[in-house]
Structures are given as structure tokens and as C-alpha cells.
Design a binder for this molecule. Structure first.
Ligand code: HEC
Length: 257
């Protein structure tokens, strides 16, 4: 099972935990006449809170590790995701201090709890929810490769494929269309097609119009990009599981940038 899929499943668990937290709080404080034993509910609320924190810490470990390994500039989605997560932790700290120490603020703790639960929906939507959607509920294998970063830097700048190996670029609109879709599902996570700004890897605007490829500085030719798929330079995961057809469709799209 891919780490992203596992993380997404865990985030659904986190969401359930937030729902339980809200439900127990509403049952205890929201009703005129309490239906269920409120001591039991409070205990459930507390245990559930500890469970939430443990799952949260476990997932956060992977997220932070991902950022450290890729040294990625966060995308807009990840920025919101991290912001929600940081807010939840800060609110949790304040809420516990209100309940345990600063009892005069006790009433505000309920509102804080509600905001945390709402933020949890935001956290899950911007990560697990997104991942499950784009990976066809974890069935698209290319996402499994995302975490397989090569930690050791292997410099192979000199390695180029013999340019006499001819490669004919497809230019028909169907290939370009298929390539665009493939790019959207397999590459756009790390590459911006419409600018040269970095996401995880370099932006690929004009990639085949320049003289050199942006990182390896190999000549910007279709064959060298094919080499990038099968034996990627540096930290990019390999895409050697793509069929030749798919690779040439992606190239047809890259050629239009
Ligand atoms: C998980 C992130 C990730 C994914 C997904 C990814 N790449 Fe990359 N790519 C990188 C990184 C990182 C680099 C730069 C290499 C480095 O600095 O280590 C790179 C570099 C490149 C380069 C420049 C290579 C050079 O020689 O300068 C091209 C072209 C490229 N990627 C195309 C693609 C295409 C096309 C796809 C989709 C099939 C793709 N990448 C998917 C991370 C990724």
C-alpha cells in the first residue's frame, strides 16, 4: 500500500474522530435535558481527543518528512493544509489549558473545539480527499512512486543518449490531448507546465524550445526527456512503468509548451 494511500485512509480516521468529538460535545452541552450519561460522554470525548492527537502526530511526521526530503516549496493546496494543521495544534493547546488551568475561559473551549473540528474537515479535504480523487481512490500506481526520492545525489550530467537515435515527435491533436491528461495526472504534482517556477521539480514551460534541459543541462531533445522518464536525473521518481505510447504522448504535449 502506498504511503499516500495509507495517509489518506488515516485522514478519514481523523475525520471520524473529529465527528465523534463534535457529537459528544453537543450531546453534553447542547441539549436541554441530557439523554445520555454525560460523565461517560465526557470520558469518551477525552479518550477520543487523545486518539486524535496520536493519529495527527503520526500523519504529521510523514508530512514533515516529505517536506524535508523534497525541500519542496508548498503548493497552494499544501499551504492551506499545513496552515489548518498548525492552527488545530495551537487551538488544541489553548483549549486544554482553558479546561485544565484557566477555568474562567472554560466556555470558550467549546467554540475552540468546534473550530478545530471544522479545520479538520479542511485538513482532510486538502490532502486525503484530494489524493483519493486524483489517484482513483489509490488505484493509480504512479502516485506510489512519489515518496521514493533518491536521497543520494547522483550526478550524471555527462550521460546523454546518442542523438543519432532518431525520435519522431507526434504533433496530432489527439496525442497532445492524451499527453496533457497524462501530464495532469502524473507530472503536474511536481511540475508547472505553464511557467518556469519550481514546484518540486522545475517548471517546464518552453522545455523543448530551449537549448538545454533545466537541471541536468543536457541538450533539450525528446530522447533526453525519455531518459528522464526511465533513468531520471537526480531526485525525480522513475516513470519507466509508462508505456512507449504514453511517453510519446507526454512528449507531444511537452513540445507544445
Ligand atoms: C515527485 C515529483 C516529480 C514528478 C511526479 C515528476 N517529476 Fe520531473 N523532476 C522532478 C525533480 C525534483 C526534478 C529535478 C531533478 C533534481 O533537481 O533532482 C525533475 C526534473 C524534470 C525534468 C528536467 C530534467 C533535466 O534533465 O533537467 C523534466 C523534463 C521532467 N522532470 C519531466 C517530468 C515529467 C514529464 C513528469 C511526468 C511524467 C515528471 N517530470 C514527473 C520531480 C518530479
Amino acid at each position: 500500500m502506498s504511503i499516500f494511500f495509507l495517509k489518506s485512509l488515516l485522514s478519514v480516521v481523523l475525520l471520524l474522530s473529529a465527528v465523534i468529538a463534535m457529537y459528544t460535545m453537543f450531546e453534553v452541552f447542547g441539549r436541554k435535558d441530557i439523554k445520555i450519561n454525560s460523565d461517560k460522554l465526557k470520558r469518551l470525548h477525552r479518550l477520543n481527543g487523545i486518539f486524535y492527537l496520536l493519529v495527527f502526530a503520526f500523519i504529521a511526521y510523514f508530512c514533515i518528512n516529505f517536506i524535508v526530503v523534497t525541500r519542496a516549496e508548498l503548493s497552494t493546496r499544501s499551504t492551506f493544509h499545513s496552515l489548518f494543521a498548525v492552527l488545530v495544534i495551537v487551538l488544541m493547546g489553548i483549549k486544554i489549558s482553558y479546561i485544565r488551568v484557566y477555568r474562567h475561559f472554560y466556555n470558550q473551549a467549546k467554540m475552540f473545539g468546534l473550530i478545530m473540528a471544522i479545520l479538520t474537515f479542511g485538513i482532510v479535504a486538502t490532502s486525503g480527499g484530494y489524493y483519493l480523487l486524483v489517484s482513483d481512490f489509490g488505484t493509480d500506481p504512479s502516485f506510489d512512486k512519489l515518496m521514493q526520492y533518491k536521497t543520494k545525489v547522483t550526478v550524471r550530467k555527462e550521460q546523454t543518449i546518442d542523438e543519432s537515435v532518431r525520435f519522431s515527435l507526434k504533433t496530432d491533436s489527439e496525442s497532445v490531448g492524451r499527453g496533457k491528461t497524462l501530464f495532469g495526472s502524473k507530472c503536474s504534482f511536481c511540475h508547472n507546465a505553464y511557467s518556469t517556477d519550481n514546484i518540486v521539480g522545475p517548471g517546464l514551460k518552453g522545455i523543448l524550445k530551449n537549448d538545454k534541459l533545466p537541471v541536468s543541462k543536457r541538450p533539450a531533445s525528446p530522447v533526453n526527456i525519455l531518459l528522464q522518464f526511465t533513468e531520471p536525473f537526480n531526485r525525480m521518481p522513475s516513470f519507466d512503468h509508462l508505456s512507449e505510447e504514453e511517453m510519446s504522448d507526454i512528449l507531444a504535449f511537452l513540445n507544445t509548451l
